[in-house]
Design a protein around this ligand. Structure first.
Ligand SMILES: NC(=O)c1ccc[n+]([C@@H]2O[C@H](COP(=O)([O-])OP(=O)(O)OC[C@H]3O[C@@H](n4cnc5c(N)ncnc54)[C@H](O)[C@@H]3O)[C@@H](O)[C@H]2O)c1
Length: 431
């Protein structure tokens, strides 16, 4: 019997009742006609994280005594998908290349699909897989514009109705130390959170230059990290993790965004992102979180979160405050990147209500998008502009080329200059 405190902790820690049923997995061969000792999995996006996620999925399955059969893999490019196909000894009819390859995964007999393409594709891939009845692991971020993030929320609701599990790659939510910190905060260890600063400051990541003969689609997909239209810019692509932690610890989303940023150092040939963002995220009730992220080499680097509480403080997962009683998080692995797959599998195979993180990861993504739009446009952006107010010019602000254009072979290069705040025409196209 689980007492109320324990139930509260498990819920607040993000571990479902389904996870508790994990014991049912071990040794059981069938449950309601489903083979519980084996799971068929597929991957869309066979790059660094996709292959890493599939490995983490295997590690998690091993911990739970579940055998994994990879039944389909998809990537925009043959060279990428072939490597994974070889690694998992797949048959040619299980290996799919092209911008429409995800349809084949949706049509496959996979029970669960892992998604790790560039984020602009996530909403259409997620919709296709949920419509096809797949459980899903989605890498963060899950969109690059407000309509995309809302699509994830909408399809997350469809997933709920279908009893499907959705787990996201916001791994701090599955990390033992962060789970413990969240539980302490909920028990009042630092009192009320009054404000904070969240950062992802580091150097520029990678860039792939355009080779002769490359189509617009290929260039953008191979150099996705450097185009806002593909990645959402680094405030969305990387800093989403910290915004997610702020939303989690505060238990709410930001209400108003005011910010600035610019492109001071980055080589802009082959990309259009900002080098830095500084955004005031107003969470209401006088709580302001300073969101800062920078990709400039040779500067002070810091990736993390700090929150000031009325009776203590939090640095990442370290809580300094009153001593409170919490139960140790129920994890099978200390790495959030493996534990997220343990939680995925426990939810799929468990007997409780399936875990569904679609809304949480979409809200973190939307928070990052709100910060970016505030910086790009120089305007005040409200959460309602992004989520509810259809009259707002930001509600339907859609980045182009859209994901579907890649399938149709209609990709027009986006503006290759970074956004200029205060210029109405430019933000309408880019914000
Ligand atoms: N949770 C984390 O800590 C973490 C870490 C790294 C990356 N990520 C996320 O994972 C995602 C992928 O990042 P990555 O580092 O693996 O990038 P990557 O470039 O190494 O891999 C992306 C793959 O997707 C393929 N692709 C592009 N468009 C596609 C399409 N339409 N259909 C199918 N395949 C397509 C590319 O060819 C490539 O193989 C991103 O959203 C990134 O933010 C998360």
């Amino acid at each position: 019997m689980i007492n109320n405190n324990r139930r509260h902790f498990l819920k607040s820690a993000g571990i479902s009742m389904a996870a508790l049923s994990s014991v049912h997995i071990m040794g059981a061969q069938t449950s309601g006609g489903i083979n519980t000792s084996k799971i068929k999995a597929a991957l869309i996006g066979c790059g660094g994280r996709g292959t890493g996620a599939l490995k983490n999925f295997h590690e998690a399955a091993k911990l739970l005594g579940i055998e994994v059969e990879v039944v389909a893999v998809a990537d925009a490019f043959k060279d990428k998908v072939s490597k994974v196909a070889k690694q998992y000894n797949l048959k040619p009819n299980q290996v799919h290349a092209g911008f429409d390859a995800y349809h084949k995964v949706a049509e496959s007999d996979a029970e669960v699909v892992l998604m790790a393409t560039p984020p602009n594709f996530r909403p259409i891939h997620f919709a296709a897989c949920i419509n096809a009845g797949k459980h899903v692991f989605v890498e963060k971020p899950v969109a690059v514009d407000p309509p995309g993030a809302r699509k994830i929320i909408e399809m997350g609701e469809v997933a709920k109705q279908k009893g499907l599990t959705v787990i996201a790659g916001t791994q701090r939510r599955h990390d033992r130390k962060y789970l413990e910190a969240s539980a302490k905060i909920k028990e009042g260890a630092v009192g009320e959170i009054l404000g904070g600063v969240i950062s992802w400051n580091m150097g520029v990541l990678w860039m792939n230059s355009r080779k002769p003969g490359m189509s617009n689609a290929e260039f953008l997909a191979r150099n996705w990290l450097n185009f806002t239209e593909m990645s959402g810019d680094h405030i969305v692509e990387q800093h989403v993790h910290q915004i997610d932690v702020a939303n989690w610890y505060l238990g709410r989303t930001p209400k108003v965004f005011i910010g600035f940023g610019g492109c001071a150092r980055r080589e802009i040939a082959g990309g259009n992102q900002f080098d830095f963002f500084s955004v005031d995220m107003d969470y209401g009730d006088g709580v302001h979180i300073h969101s800062q992220c920078r990709q400039i080499a040779g500067c002070y680097n810091r990736v993390g979160e700090f929150f000031r509480g009325s009776e203590g403080e939090i640095t990442g997962s370290r809580v300094k405050g009153k001593s409170v009683n919490i139960e140790a998080p129920q994890v099978k692995h200390s790495s959030g990147m493996i534990q997220e797959h343990v939680d995925l599998l426990c939810s799929i195979r468990g007997k409780g209500e399936p875990e569904n993180r679609a809304k949480l990861v979409a809200e973190a993504t939307m928070g990052a998008i709100g910060g970016r739009i505030a910086a790009y446009t120089g305007k005040v952006i409200r959460w309602t502009d992004l989520m509810d107010n259809k009259k707002s010019p930001f509600y339907n602000l859609t980045l182009s080329p859209a994901a579907i254009s890649f399938e149709k072979g209609e990709v027009v290069m986006p503006n290759e200059l970074p956004a200029v705040p205060g210029q109405e025409k430019k933000w309408r196209e880019r914000g």
